[in-house]
Design a protein around this ligand. Structure first.
Ligand SMILES: [Zn+2]
Length: 282
């Protein structure tokens, strides 16, 4: 199409932030620091095998970490309210509130009609990475999760069963005692833990590059409500080349769960769901 005469002027309009952080209630990081037990020794530890997923439970007020062990590996994280699987992590609104990648002080928000923090990030050993010259950063909420349907679409009908969507579906199915096809309706867009991603500046395409994570790195969360979590060790490994195949070198991931300080825990209250009356103008 021909450019209008004022094309450059229209492009030059300054952007405004959709959701200014000044209006977003901030987590009380000092209170969360007091919630930490003196002895941060895990009370439970779970290893997730490469190209597979596992389910874990965390009580409100506890902390959990996703830890890199053995080698660079990306993890796809789903969270649900442990008592109501209808309340689950909302990647899109979390992105709108906090930006494309999460780090310390950011929160994982649940979807409508709940919209409350499910978990708050309290430690990130990769927070030094920032935004690289390609526009890439770590722990994104811009990707989805690798899945067999998109693989079928792009490969002309090939089946691959170890995509994160399938791994999460199998793990949840085993936990709930239902079929994988029933469980997959609860699986949702993830927090891509340790994954390094961005959008190309020239074409706007989603890209990934080798994760900077190394064994010993971890991302730590405070559970704001009783949580059921599921974590997949992505078949893409460090996601430097491809996923949806057995080609990449893959490593396990570890989930560690920590008790809170009992005194601080007794003074703490979990966040309420939003107060909107759900009448929607009717
Ligand atoms: Zn994946």
């Amino acid at each position: 199409m021909p450019h209008p005469p004022d094309a450059e002027a229209r492009r030059a309009v300054r952007p405004v932030i959709c959701y200014p952080v000044e209006s977003l209630p901030q987590p009380d990081m000092a209170a969360l620091e007091r919630m930490r037990a003196d002895d941060m020794t895990p009370i439970r530890r779970l290893e997730i095998a490469p190209r597979d997923a596992a389910v874990f439970s965390v009580e409100a007020g506890q902390f959990f970490r996703i830890v890199s062990v053995e080698g660079p590996q990306v993890g796809d994280l789903n969270l649900w309210n442990a008592h109501d699987l209808g309340e689950r992590f909302y990647s899109g609104k979390t992105r709108a509130l906090h930006g494309t990648h999460l780090s310390t002080g950011d929160r994982m928000w649940s979807g409508f009609p709940y919209l409350r923090p499910m978990a708050t990030i309290t430690r990130d050993t990769l927070d030094w990475y920032g935004i690289d010259p390609y526009g890439g950063s770590v722990h994104d909420v811009i990707g989805t999760r690798c899945d067999p349907y998109t693989h079928d679409l792009l490969s002309g009908g090939a089946a691959y069963h170890s995509c994160c969507h399938s791994n999460l579906s199998r793990a949840l199915a085993g936990h709930l005692g239902v079929s994988a096809s029933a469980a997959e309706t609860y699986v949702h867009d993830v927090l891509n833990v340790f994954m390094c991603t961005g959008f190309t500046r020239d074409t706007g395409q989603y890209f990934m590059k080798a994760s900077p994570v190394r064994p010993g790195d971890y991302l730590e969360f405070f559970a704001e409500i009783d949580l059921l979590g599921a974590l997949s060790a992505c078949p893409g490994g460090d996601c430097s080349a491809e996923h949806s195949s057995d080609a990449a070198a893959c490593h396990p991931l570890v989930v560690e769960i920590f008790a809170a300080d009992p005194v601080a825990r007794s003074n703490w209250r979990e966040p309420a769901v939003r107060g909107y009356d759900r009448s929607h103008g009717m």
